[in-house]
Design a binder for this molecule. Sequence first.
Ligand SMILES: Cc1ncc(COP(=O)(O)O)c(C=O)c1O
Length: 382
Amino acid sequence: MSFDFDHIIDRKPTHSFKWDKYQGQDVIPMWVADAEFKPPQAVIDAIKERTEHGILGYTLPYDELNQSVVDWVAKQHNWHILPDWIVWTPGVVPAFNVACKAYCEPGDKVLIQVPNYPPLLKAPSLNQCERVDIPSVLIDGRWQLDLVELEKQAADPKCKLFIMCNPMNPCGSVMTEQELKQVAEICLRHNVLLCSDEIHCDLILEEGVKHIPAPALPEIEGRAISLMAPSKTFNIAGLGASFAIIPDSRVRMQFRNAALGIVPWVQVLGLVATEAAFNHGHDWHKALIEYLRQNRDYLYQEINSLKGMKLTKADATFLAWIDCSELGVEDVQSFFENAGVGPSPGRDFGEPEYARINFACSRTQLIEAVERIKKAHAQLSL
Ligand SMILES: Cc1ncc(COP(=O)(O)O)c(C=O)c1O
């Protein structure tokens, strides 16, 4: 079956967050992590069918929906969960903020891997907690969590929670089983709850790399939660549907209680879209991964051919984390924007010398962006 990821859809008239930023400017937006692709037809059809029914009242997550999650997670990650473990949330951002409320008291410390997705960096302070940064280090061409620092910081009895991002945004690594086991041991040794943001886990591009959901490790099943969603993979982020998977009933109850009265239910179209994506999106998903892999490889080659720019090949995600520290420009973001390309500013992730380019777009758009970057690069005196 073939799917047309080359097809260009004009999003300018849709109040798109990504496209509105550079309205009226000749800048290709390649920042916010949504894609330029239409979801699988089954997803569009499910939404159409539900809206044509006409009544869009309060809707509870239903058995067939939870089963679609159980089946998807089993097929993709060989993790056999129970439907009861699933707690629906209208986004992963609310979920990791709920985790801070659920497992910490004001004044406690929350460990956060850096660099990281900006709302994740803000979660501790939004919940009256102190953020403790655990760096990611580049070893032999691969971004890895600094486990020595994790052990050191987790030993502080004020540390109650570690929110990690696996696969890593923005660095793109997927933790190995050995790394994950070490993280689990550290968390268990110091009684730190492990909250793993796994929103990018269905975007594994590197062949042979496997994502392991944190609570799938038996040793930490009772002290870990996984946050997942169909939103990045199937490009339905605007529908606000995601879920936490929490095997331990007490940990789950704490999470549910912290969300009460603040976090709304997932809206009906998000639920039906998720069910359709997980039940009928397998072929589309396979084709997407192949397309993204080629985009990644093309970008990797082109960016690394430019003096002063370095790009590590990401195992997963559609995000390229580009080191521009040797580019010799005063402001990395301005360099790209003046070139006519709008990445996410590295400074928002904690690293001003970097830029993050979202390559979930047509090859035509990606080539145009690369040509613009090359042209601006040629003007630099390096
Ligand atoms: C690591 C990570 N977590 C969460 C989100 C967003 O979550 P949501 O839109 O479901 O709140 C993103 C979006 O880019 C992300 O990269």
